[in-house]
Design a protein around this ligand. Sequence first.
Ligand code: MG
Length: 272
Amino acid sequence: MKFATFAQGGRDQVGLVDEAAGRLHPISAATDMLDLVARWDALKGGLKPQGGGLPLSEVELKAPIPRPRRNVICVGKNYREHAKEFSHSGFEAGAVKGAEIDEYPAVFTKLPSSVTGPDATVSLHSHITQSVDYEAELALVIGTGGRDIPKGDAYRHIFGYTIVNDVTARDRQRNHKQWFLGKALDGFCPMGPWIATADEVDPENLDVKCWVDIPTLVATISAGLTLEPGDVIATGTPAGVGIGFNPPKFLKSGDTVRIAISGLGELENRFA
Ligand code: MG
């Protein structure tokens, strides 16, 4: 199943997406996406489309989790070719230098306030940065929380998958020698268009191929740290970002970024 968050009557509501029919069926059994995720085992058997629903093209989709309870957890340099393009770009600084993938994944976070929805316009914050770049990422949403999750159990903790654009101000990433200030700006985490539940997605056969696999990421991140229902983990970008071009191609006002991952839909945002 696919679940979206949409605006209706001045509040956010969860809906079941029928992509083929282009319809969205409001779900009254859950107050919001975090509630749906937390009570998924009890709710999933009873969720059926009721009535004709709403035309998907006419609703305002929000990020599936518009305001996560905690920071979005992100993985850096999870693709060999991206590690190379990043290393050769001149924008790399701090403790994670090098064209090779390290055996220990680089992990950082983006603030809940950086999350924005599909079709939202993202500010380039041009008074503080001149080098805003995009990163297309597969993100997983934790369903059942846990700590010290063994690799073999990782998939049982995943509620579903969505798309994240890990928008990055490269000059701030370079100048401050860490990743937070360049990646946590307001609007720098577009997410959506919806969450596809784990039973619908084979994450090992998507168009994107992570170097560090999902079970290893979940095991690594949950070591000594409790993952909670609704936590979002973005798994890193493949090569092809703006700094991979020579000269770099940074986003400018009026640009649109569209990210598609098979089975997960398309996430499109305009930058201004
Ligand atoms: Mg990234």
